[in-house]
Write a protein that binds this ligand. Structure first.
Ligand code: C2O
Ligand code: CU
Ligand code: CU
Length: 495
């Protein structure tokens, strides 16, 4: 088993080996790129949003053109903005020569508009889901969910953000000027060949999934953004196929996490580093009032190895060295004093989170994520691995679980090998335990992804309020997209 599958990890080798700032030779010595900000489209006024699934050409770094996919743009898609208690009408048109399914990750909507693999859009066809947005403010996303091709299509660019607003969030003095002090940050890693083309192969992916060697932020390598000299909110999405990141800053500054996958936490949580697994969102606020440049580091968690020091110990070693020993930032924030600053103190309370009483939890289900290598006489190779949940690989014709609507359940999840980000459609849930330990304060908000491993159970409490039929069931799956595409996924109905 490769060390990359272990999460209790320690810095191995030199900081330069952390890779997070590795820039291939073809791109060295060019002037820094500005952080691309995806255009925002307002879906809250009932006007439908057209999203053309198309191919394009995008420069991840100036001077190199890369064939890509996107939604109405060359790479990624616009940020869709909507509100609680509004209708969101999307009109997808597939202009590719392959079929595509597009899922609204984190949305509480019925299975028939959830965009699972049954909801394939054929080449030349349209799909027009009408979404009633009932959930609170959150940063969600949309991405390819095509059967067996989620990894490849997402990697090439089929992903975008969805921001939901509500009255609670509006009433708080949080930074909210999109692209100014409220920045969408999609973190991904990609591998490019000498011509600058994206390299991807599901069959060649190893057991950890497809790991790129170059970090891209909103599709740019090591970009720079100018921000006001005040509070700045980053809506971080780990949009990588398989990579777990340690997110921290080059000056080891404290930041505040204010929201997790499903919305605002009860209170801001001060942190100097955090883990982000594939698919997760974290909203953080940093204070730029001192005028100092902030370098966002997105360290490759798999570059840390098992050691009693753990990630924290390793990081303090890392920060104990000279700043030159640190990997270069994935994103640099520099202050522009001409921009109006939000200097309001962070609110002490954010949102109320009502947890179920123990007697409200009516049943328990267990899920075991399996990646055993079959008979063991083939020599590994991702393609040969069986990726399963409770012993079964994803089968579009099998409903794995049938769930009653509107009641709380406890789900216990673990794996037989390594760490996996377990994701559930159609809900937000609350984490009670993560790998056997009580969830930390920054993990006690609404979530739709929980990290599980082979040491101990992770436990969530979950309730589904929307229907999902046999024809259009929901999915639960590992969000390492190569694991998902290899079968580590199951289907369930809610009725
Ligand atoms: Cu973001 Cu079913 O996934
Ligand atoms: Cu999802
Ligand atoms: Cu997995």
């Amino acid at each position: 088993m490769s060390s990359a599958l272990s999460r209790r990890q320690f810095l191995a080798g030199s900081a330069a080996m952390l890779g997070a700032g590795y820039v291939p030779g073809i791109w060295s010595k060019t002037t820094p790129t500005r952080l691309p900000i995806p255009p925002v489209v307002d879906g809250s006024r009932g006007r439908p949003i057209d999203l053309r699934i198309r191919s394009g050409t995008w420069s991840f770094k100036r001077g190199v053109r890369t064939p890509t996919l996107g939604f109405s743009q060359d790479y990624l898609g616009p940020t869709i903005r909507t509100r609680q208690h509004s209708e969101l009408d999307l009109r997808y048109r597939n202009t590719l020569t392959e079929s595509v399914a597009v899922h609204g990750h984190g949305l509480h909507v019925p299975g028939e508009v959830d965009g699972g693999p049954q909801l394939t859009i054929e080449p030349g066809a349209d799909w027009q889901p009408g979404l009633s947005i009932v959930q609170p403010a959150a940063t969600c996303w949309y991405h390819s969910h095509t059967h067996g091709k989620t990894g490849e299509q997402t990697y090439r660019g089929l992903a975008g953000l969805i921001i939901i607003d509500d009255e609670v969030a509006d009433s708080l003095p949080l930074p909210r000027r999109y692209g100014v002090d409220d920045l969408p940050i999609v973190i991904q890693d990609r591998t490019f060949d000498e011509q600058g083309r994206l390299v991807y192969s599901l069959l060649d992916a190893d057991e950890d999934g497809w790991l790129g060697d170059t970090i891209v932020i909103n599709g740019a390598v090591a970009p720079v953004a100018n921000v006001p000299a005040g509070k700045v909110r980053l809506r971080l999405l780990n949009g990588a196929n398989a990579r777990f990141y340690i997110v921290t800053f080059a000056d080891n500054r404290t930041f505040h996490k204010i929201a997790s996958d499903g919305g605002l936490l009860e209170a801001p949580v001060p942190l100097t580093m955090m883990e982000m697994s594939p698919g997760e969102r974290c909203e953080i606020v940093i204070d730029m009032a001192d005028g100092k440049t902030a370098g966002l580091l997105t360290l490759f968690e798999d570059e840390f190895d098992d050691d009693e020091e753990g990630v924290l110990g390793s990081l303090s070693n890392l920060f104990g060295r000279s700043e030159a020993a640190l990997p270069p930032p994935s994103l640099t924030l520099t202050v522009d004093n001409a921009l109006a600053a939000n200097t309001a103190p962070l609110p002490e309370r954010l949102a109320a989170i009502v947890r179920p009483q123990p007697q409200e939890i009516v049943r328990t289900r267990d899920f075991m994520l399996g990646m055993d290598n079959g008979d063991g006489d083939d020599d590994g190779g991702h393609g040969a691995m069986d990726m399963t949940i409770n012993g079964a690989a994803m089968d579009m014709n099998v409903i794995n679980e049938r769930i009653e609507r509107g009641v709380w359940e406890r789900w216990r999840i673990r794996s037989d090998q390594g760490a996996h980000p377990f994701h559930v459609h159609g809900c937000s849930f609350l984490i009670e335990r993560m790998e056997g330990e009580t969830a930390l304060p920054d993990q006690r908000g609404w979530k739709d992804i929980v990290v599980v491993d082979d040491d101990d159970w992770s436990e969530i409490v979950v309730r589904f309020d929307h229907p999902a039929t046999e024809q259009y069931p929901y999915m639960y799956h590992c969000h390492i997209l190569e694991h998902e595409d290899r079968g580590m996924m199951g289907q369930f109905t809610v009725s």
